[in-house]
Ligand binder design. Structure first.
Ligand code: GLN
Length: 311
């Protein structure tokens, strides 16, 4: 009998995960911690946690699952989802594109050559613009509206990591400020300070792999307050843009919607089945978790989880 993705994902046990732990830790050694955020550069590089969530009360977990980490760019798909639900498709996609970029997630050259139009919501320009659409008068109330909605809708427990936020602020944020400035010149936003602080705060929302996997379920399974169309949009943009310049390579190698963050978190969606969240802090040059992508690729191959699996 041919099993579907749901059954394949459900059949994975902690023993299956355990088999890959040592090899993943070895692979992760070839990655590096990001140096541009001081606190992130001090994280223990050999941390490793993985969880597979097939519904809100059923998960398989292994490793440092209680260790919280900041979401960084992992917030981007969920920022997009919230805004699709709150302000709608037109308000979002009349201003931000859906085209992949072959340049880095904070490329100023890309934004300049696009004459200030953010290319997609999974890179910094797109997410900084989207942060300007969040409801609220201050960065704190804007971050809080997103945090509250995500915690309520996903049953997770994200909190703002104030120490990381100070660390992010300590370096002046020149690249993201230049991006915001270009967005302002092109008429996409008004208040650079407001939007940069909002963006920094939402990137510093922190949770465990279990919280991350629960966020993933928002777009993996039917949800009472999220439409199938909005889930489809977020999943497709994760598939095409979620790993930046490496997105098409991993669409072929893994075949699932995936999003990474420079903190080393990774979320993969198995539509109609569940979500896999991994934390392994060392990243490659593109900003994707080395251990995370390795482990995910093994799990997808062995357990036949790719969306393009035909046999
Ligand atoms: N806050 C980080 C930044 O803007 C997020 C980037 C990432 O995770 N790729 O640089």
């Amino acid at each position: 009998m041919l099993l579907n993705a749901h059954n394949h994902l459900k059949s994975i046990t902690t023993d299956h995960l355990q088999q890959w732990l040592t090899a993943t830790q070895l692979q992760a050694q070839s990655g590096k911690l990001p140096t541009y955020i001081p606190v992130l550069s001090q994280i223990q590089p050999d941390l490793l946690a993985v969880t597979i969530q097939t519904n809100s009360s059923s998960s398989v977990e292994l490793g440092d699952v209680a260790k919280p980490f900041v979401l960084m760019s992992l917030i981007k798909p969920f920022l997009l989802l919230f805004l699709l639900v709150r302000v709608g498709h037109e308000a979002v996609f009349s201003r931000v594109g859906i085209t992949p970029s072959d340049q880095s997630f904070h490329s100023i050259a890309q934004l300049s050559s696009d004459r200030g139009r953010p290319r997609n919501p999974m890179i910094n320009s797109g997410a900084i613009f989207l942060a300007s659409l969040l409801p609220g008068n201050s960065p704190t109330s804007r971050c809080e509206s997103l945090r509250y909605w995500l915690n309520q809708s996903a049953g997770c427990n994200l909190i703002l990591d104030e120490e990381m936020l100070s660390s992010v602020r300590s370096l002046g944020n020149e690249t993201n400020r230049s991006i915001a400035n270009l967005l302002k010149c092109a008429g996409y936003l008004d208040d650079i300070d407001l939007v940069i602080e909002t963006y920094n705060q939402i990137c510093c929302l922190s949770g465990t792999v279990v919280d991350l996997a629960r966020l993933g379920l928002l777009i993996a399974l039917p949800h009472p307050i999220i439409s199938f169309q909005d889930q489809h949009i977020v999943n497709s943009l994760m598939m095409t843009c979620g790993l930046y310049e490496s997105s098409s390579e991993y669409a072929m190698r893994i075949g699932l919607p995936i999003k990474s963050g420079v903190s080393g978190g990774l979320i993969a969606i198995v539509p109609k089945a569940g979500a896999i969240a991994i934390y392994s802090p060392a990243i490659d040059e593109t900003g994707n978790s080395v251990g995370g992508l390795f482990l995910l690729e093994q799990l997808v191959h062995v357990h036949k989880l790719s969306l393009f699996q035909t046999g």
